[in-house]
Design a protein around this ligand. Sequence first.
Ligand code: UGA
Length: 447
Amino acid sequence: MNICVIGTGYVGLVTGSCLADVGHRVICIDNDEGKIRTLNAGQMPIYEPYLEDLVRENRTDGNLSFSTDLARGAKDSEVVFICVGTPPLENGEADLSFVEKVTREVSTTADFPKLVVEKSTVPVQTGEHISRTLKIYSGGKKSRFDVASNPEFLREGSAVLDFFHPERIVIGVDNPRAEDVLREIYRPILEGRFRCPVHSPCSSATRPLFLVTDLKSAELIKHASNSYLAMKISFINAIAEVCERVGADVEKVAEGMGLDPRIGKEFLKAGLGFGGFCFPKDLQAFVRIAEKCGYDFALLREVEKINKARIETAVEKLKKNLWVLRDKTIAFLGLAFKPQTDDIRFAPAMELIRRLRLEGCHIRAFDPRAMKKASAEIPEIFCGRDAYEAAEGAEALVLATEWPEFLDLDWTRMRGVMARPFILDGRNFLPQPLVTSLGFEYVGMGR
Ligand code: UGA
């Protein structure tokens, strides 16, 4: 099929390249000329495992192209995916101005009936607004557009894997025509007929479930899923607080809880809390959506509050152990909001660094991917060439992102370069028995 993907952020770029890889002809549109120039020069604006190869191969094969010309891209396509950003407004609500703007532009391009799919994370009932806008701006005659919702569940750092091996593909439609088109688009994934870019050969035999709902339910599934996952993380972080007060170990508690299949072991990692451009903003937006329809979602407000308090808990731990924070040098291992990404948006590491700088601390850091973006945001961070250089002269080492390579560090060497061998393990990730046996003071989160 000829598909136009509007927006080349994480979601649009991954979706567009993967759809091209399963055999569709995809044009990705962005109004950021610099970004399109970068992509057309064969470079990537973000780091995401396997994405660069996918983009290169599919551009070479002629299945994937990039342009700023929305009108042309949409005109030539049977299906348009809207993947533009929905950043938070001051009051926490999602800013839908990009969605509205591209919808108006698409409305003028219907040479033949086409399907407009909302993939951006949007409040429930956005589909209705999109439908109405398409109708009004295309001349008000019988609309030649169908609208569907197709929420994405991609995780940064494993987005390509998630695209090819989803547990479910959710679509919200209001007529069978739209369902047929989306089923056709995803047929290769549903039938396992694709070349898996992650595993070769691909051993996964499980096929995703294709869940068809009405538009509004599909829209809600996205916000409900992200809020639920965020709630799980805040729940275990609250348990971590109790563990510390009574001398229990949250890692053991999480293990014991997770063995119950009704609970499950995923998303029970206590630590500095969740960050990234999804959970914090989606949670706030969902609280506002509920408020607007007359429901006070107090549970989710508490989830947010617990998450914010994790940063303060970390500051208190450092204060308790270092006594005075002013003029202390603190080294960070990890800046990204999670491993395998260079994304630092709402990263707990960055929040903690900002807070420690207010206390008068000097910050050194190492992250395998995120240092460029972090320095652009806080230029005062000294970035080391490796973890050892970052830790030189530090009175504390904070593990903020659990990059697997940090497990292979030489802790004897690390102890040698630090002014004081103190570790705050913000993700309960480092080998505690080993580091304590080498003379480090070790403090975790909830143990
Ligand atoms: C999340 C969801 O997992 C995806 O399903 C969804 O599609 C995406 O948001 C989105 O809405 O676009 P993502 O933000 O990429 O994906 O990252 P996650 O792996 O969910 O991690 C989010 C944050 O929670 C990270 O800061 C991570 O460190 C933290 N986390 C995660 C914990 O603190 N504990 C855990 O047990 C799990």
